[in-house]
Design a protein around this ligand. Structure first.
Ligand code: GDP
Ligand code: IMO
Ligand code: MG
Length: 424
């Protein structure tokens, strides 16, 4: 039995979906615990590519129950579309997907608020995915949110929609010069979602705690990454939830003592979508080369991802915030054709060298990364089946990372497919 949590150790898109899909063959429960349809997790097997936004990445495994837990914000419209598309691809969500009754609901007015708020920020915009994440978590923490269980009680639902729209329309009209949203048609639409989704809605916290007591294998799938965490990321350029291992317990209802394996996933370099600090960013031909070689375009919005060298200061921070005790490095193959590779080993701020990741934007702005250079391997690693098969230069690079962060490397990913994986 084991409980393992998969954490994005950077700014998201580290390849969590691929790793969760790969590990879920021996897992009875795969659980999404935070975020919403802002996530885009890519799975590649049998020559096909799938992008999941809300449904956990174990959905294509026959004996795995997929759980959308309490901490997730669920857009029913997006979820129903996703249920339809995974069914077309052979999954059986009616049998294998359950949704927490306590998960909050994203409605069209959350997405509208997200978009108009971004527009009003001008050049200070966060660069959100526009999926309504911030407004939904805002209303959740203001204790006015609508939960999945409310979709099952039309009287409660109607009252909540009316009172939420009083507040939301006031914002829309007075702050953003938008038209108000009408309650009637929205209520009708949401009632329809409730009827279709009702068989999926359960007390998933209780189910997971029973599973834990029975010694089942449970995999908690983080969305986004540590540096996008609301409390520990590059605020305000973050998402509105807690992707960290602490957030995994909050969002799933499993106790902190249950977390045995805390796997951090990092790319062999760095990317970021949206705005905000990125100390090792390469705004030049080298960055463009990484983007092209890594296919670095957002899985949810299609936006080009900003690219840069691996930031070990940030990775060490991720290790310490989460208690990461297993390391996975993905997309090593993307660096195959580089003659030289760099990794940031310290920050210089006002002439002082540090290995601590600052949270103050004024300090972030001043960071001058200190790089260490590594010789590239300049050959394809796609056929390597073991760590020893990898070229010496690649092994040196990974050993350095492992030693810098003091966490054992357990998986190296050498391509997007399930089988393009080296387990150490
Ligand atoms: P996630 O959000 O963390 O699940 O990551 P995304 O799916 O948004 O982005 C990762 C991208 O890299 C996807 O297109 C994956 O198919 C791809 N990918 C994952 N691992 C590897 C790898 O080792 N090598 C290469 N070349 N691509 C990979
Ligand atoms: P996965 O799970 C990368 C980024 C957005 C924006 C910020 C806030 O695929 O790794 P939001 O819509 O959440 O309010 O946007 O967070 N962002 C992601 N970046 N991967 C993700 O998810 C992301 N989800 C949100 O680009 O900068
Ligand atoms: Mg992604």
């Amino acid at each position: 039995m084991s409980v393992r949590v998969i954490i994005g150790a950077q700014w998201g898109d580290e390849g969590k979906g691929k790793i969760v899909d790969m590990l879920s063959d021996k897992t009875e429960f795969v659980v999404r615990y935070q975020g919403g349809a802002n996530a885009g997790h890519t799975l590649k097997f049998d020559g096909k590519t799938f992008v999941l936004h809300l449904i956990p990445s174990g959905i294509f495994r026959k004996n795995t129950t997929c759980v959308i837990a309490n901490g997730v914000v669920v857009d029913p419209e997006a979820l129903l579309e996703e249920i339809k598309s995974v069914k077309e691809l052979g999954a059986d969500p009616e049998k294998s997907l359950i949704i927490s009754e306590a998960a909050h609901v994203i409605l069209p007015y959350h997405k509208l608020l997200d978009t108009v708020r971004e527009k009003s920020r001008g050049s200070n915009k966060i660069g959100t995915t526009g999926r309504g994440i911030g407004p939904a978590y805002m209303q959740k923490t203001s204790r006015m949110g609508i939960r999945m269980m409310d979709l099952l009680d039309e009287k409660v639902l109607e009252e909540k929609i009316i009172s939420n729209l009083e507040y939301t329309n006031c914002l829309l009209q007075n702050m953003f010069d938008e038209k108000p949203v009408e309650a009637g048609p929205l209520f009708e639409e949401v009632c329809k979602y409730g009827k279709i989704l009702s068989p999926y809605i359960k007390d998933t916290g209780a189910i997971l705690r029973d599973a834990y007591d029975e010694g089942r294998n449970i995999l908690l799938e983080g969305a986004q990454g540590v540096l996008l965490d609301i409390d520990h990321g590059t605020y305000p350029y973050v998402t509105s939830s807690s992707p960290t291992s602490g957030g995994a317990c909050i969002g799933s209802g499993l106790p902190p003592s249950s977390l045995e394996h805390i796997m951090g996933i990092t790319k062999a370099y760095c990317t970021r979508v949206g705005n905000g600090p990125f100390p090792t960013e390469l705004e030049n031909a080298e960055g463009e080369k990484i983007r092209k070689s890594g296919g670095e375009f957002g899985a949810t919005t299609g936006r080009p991802r900003r690219c840069g060298w691996l930031d070990l200061v940030a990775l060490r921070y991720a290790v310490r915030v989460n208690g990461i005790n297993e390391l996975t490095i993905t997309k090593l193959d993307v660096l195959d054709m580089f003659a030289s590779i760099r990794a940031c080993t310290a920050y210089k701020i006002d002439g002082e060298e540090t290995r601590d990741f600052p949270l103050d934007p004024k300090k972030m702005e001043k960071i001058k990364p200190v790089f260490r250079e590594f010789k590239g391997w300049q050959t394809s690693i796609s056929n390597c089946k073991s760590f020893e098969d990898l070229p010496e230069e690649a092994r040196t690079y990974m050993k350095f990372i492992e030693e810098y962060v003091q966490v054992p490397l357990v998986v190296v990913s050498t391509g997007p497919g399930r089988e393009e994986t080296i387990r150490i």
